[in-house]
Design a protein around this ligand. Sequence first.
Ligand SMILES: NC(=O)c1ccc[n+]([C@@H]2O[C@H](COP(=O)([O-])OP(=O)(O)OC[C@H]3O[C@@H](n4cnc5c(N)ncnc54)[C@H](OP(=O)(O)O)[C@@H]3O)[C@@H](O)[C@H]2O)c1
Length: 285
Amino acid sequence: MDAMTIAPLPTHTLNDGLELPAIGFGTWPLRGDDAVAAVRSALDVGYRLLDTAVNYENEAEVGRAVRESAVPRAEILVQTKVPGRFHARDLAIRSVEDSLRRMHLDVLDLVLVHWPNPSQGRYVEVVEALLTCRERGLVRSVGVSNYTERLLDEVIEATGFTPSVNQVELHPSFPQAELVARHESLGIRTQAWSPLARMESEGDGDDPLTRIAAAHRISPAQAVLAWHVARGIVPLPKSADPARQVANLAALEITLTPDEVAAITALGRPDGRLFDGDPETHEED
Ligand SMILES: NC(=O)c1ccc[n+]([C@@H]2O[C@H](COP(=O)([O-])OP(=O)(O)OC[C@H]3O[C@@H](n4cnc5c(N)ncnc54)[C@H](OP(=O)(O)O)[C@@H]3O)[C@@H](O)[C@H]2O)c1
């Protein structure tokens, strides 16, 4: 497929002016040649936002795919994350410099704090370090991941800075309605990790997702991604399969009715997380 003939993706304008594609490509747990092939294919079929992290150990491969792609670097947004063991001012700056070196890039489009690790108590300091990176021209946009409302409030209160995005666990079993509403009032764009809940649960044939998918002649995965898009949330589906990459991207063109959106949101459960990933207690090294 000719990468140059693909229509531009719709975008959201972030609170710092960055144009963020309405869907991105997740790269965990891709590694090695598989990662290069999957990211190159994702760019070929039209993805323009790539989500990686130091802890995915695939930054070099993501960088290689960007360099080898026919898509110009200026059309691609590369987003990475600073891990918990770098939660200190100097270490976080070094983490960004190391990411740039591993990816052979001059600038990162977005850098997020991967997890707040509240027990370390440095979730404000690491944001300040990323702001220093932005001042130095290493990073275009500074965001966070897995921050709760309480932690967002603390960051904003302490720094006067509002992160551009918060990337959180979000899928039909865990729709995060309150946090998403808070993001909207603060001007933070929500990104969804594990947007398909890793496709771990099977419908029973008569569940809302299966019914909505059948009504639109789409797959349940596409119905889930269209639900994210309808809510203004940027999903980051991972697929190593080029056909599923295309199908996931096509969800941007599907419009669900408000009732369908509400029916999928109603699938949420308080214990709907995929694993014990409560950001108030989870520690990411
Ligand atoms: N910030 C954080 O703390 C955090 C945590 C977790 C993940 N993330 C990010 O979020 C991204 C996505 O999360 P995730 O990888 O956990 O889960 P996901 O994107 O919800 O699901 C990925 C799984 O679904 C399968 N899949 C994808 N499209 C499909 C389709 N159309 N039909 C059927 N199966 C499909 C994939 O298999 P195939 O590859 O075989 O298609 C893969 O097994 C990650 O890659 C990473 O970038 C961030």
